[in-house]
Design a protein around this ligand. Structure first.
Ligand SMILES: C[S@@+](CC[C@H](N)C(=O)[O-])C[C@H]1O[C@@H](n2cnc3c(N)ncnc32)[C@H](O)[C@@H]1O
Length: 325
């Protein structure tokens, strides 16, 4: 890796660990003991970065500060401003709820190529749609290389006894969204937010609700997505401000930058240029080769996908969970 790429790798990967662990809603969910201790020192973040840097130089395997795993892109709701762009998927482009054996194989492949995963996020769509979720959670928890696990749910499907049992672990946490006020929900789907929350409380399972805690029951719109070409300096600036720079996401074995890039490659475009931005972990390759691809993934100033996202007309303060008519 040359000096330029090393600088980018440090910014996009090594230094992200401290940043991710200090994002308030993530910090509230997990007891990051090292962050607590290091925060007492003026140069705590530097000690953290140096430690991760040394691990990397020793092992030549990347850590994943934050990594999202699409359990399915399907959802029980159909939110107009969904940050995963779910209403824009079709039956053909959707990823169906993952089966345990496939999940296990993907996770094993990934873990062989990385040092560890700091925050592993099971996301959707609605992850509660997956029949194999108890096994999936149990397996993820059993992996020493996974430090913290988070599941985001819309509380329309209540967890079974088996699922609650699997969730009950200090490594595991649930982010519950409150869509109780939402009107025009179709297909007889019901939001069971209070019941879901009660079950978590009764079973001693950690959870968080971003909206409730911050009285921030509003959403923002998503960027307009269309093919474009912009100057590299502009793309770099956009990338650095976007959550895409810390939220790599895997869907059906393909790692891309975030939820929106998953949407683009599954629904809009998959040109050779964009293909080069993706990592297919189901292709035959050694764990060393996969590690190298992940390292290169983090060593970019921006992603070519950034050409598609246009943030000029973002609206804030939108009703949370408003359904598509
Ligand atoms: C896309 S959802 C997927 C998980 C699950 N179906 C749910 O609704 O919680 C993940 C998280 O993103 C939040 N979210 C989705 N769209 C958003 C938007 N436009 N603005 C702000 N937050 C959004 C949801 O409230 C939820 O906490």
């Amino acid at each position: 890796m040359d000096r330029h790429n090393w600088k980018l790798y440090k910014k996009n990967n090594i230094e992200q660990l401290w940043k991710v662990n200090n994002i308030q809603w993530i910090n509230e969910l997990f007891n990051f003991k090292s962050v607590k201790i290091l925060s007492k020192f003026k140069f705590g973040h530097i000690i953290c970065n140096k430690y991760i840097e040394s691990r990397f130089l020793l092992k030549h395997k990347p850590i994943l500060p934050y990594f999202a795993f699409f359990i399915t892109t399907k959802c029980t709701l159909n939110c107009k401003n969904c940050n995963s762009m779910m209403p824009k998927y079709t039956e053909k482009t959707h990823s169906k709820p993952i089966k345990f054996e496939v999940f296990k194989k993907d996770l094993d492949t990934l873990l062989q190529a990385v040092d560890y995963i700091n925050v592993f996020v099971l996301v959707g769509g609605e992850p509660m749609l997956a029949h194999d979720l108890p096994q999936i959670i149990k397996y993820a928890i059993s992996k020493k290389q996974i430090k913290h696990i988070l599941l985001a749910t819309n509380c329309t499907i209540l967890p079974s006894e088996k699922l609650l049992k699997a969730m009950k672990n200090p490594k595991f946490s649930v982010q519950i969204s409150d869509y109780s006020h939402v009107k025009n929900i179709k297909n007889d789907v019901q939001v069971k937010y209070d019941e879901f929350k009660k079950l978590l409380q009764e079973n001693g399972i950690k959870f968080n609700n971003y909206q409730e805690k911050r009285n921030a029951n509003t959403w923002f719109s998503m960027p307009e997505i269309y093919k474009d070409r912009r100057a590299p300096e502009l793309l770099t600036k956009q990338f650095d401000k976007c959550f895409a720079n810390y939220c790599p996401t895997i869907c059906d074995g393909i790692i891309s930058q975030d939820f929106i890039t998953v949407y683009i490659q599954r629904n809009l475009d998959s040109t050779t240029e964009l293909q080069k931005e993706l990592i297919n972990i189901r292709e035959l390759k050694s764990s060393k080769e996969l590690a190298e691809e992940i390292i290169n993934f983090y060593s970019k100033p921006y992603s070519k996908f950034c050409n598609y996202c246009h943030f000029e007309n973002i609206k804030y303060g939108l009703p949370c969970g408003e359904q598509v008519e």
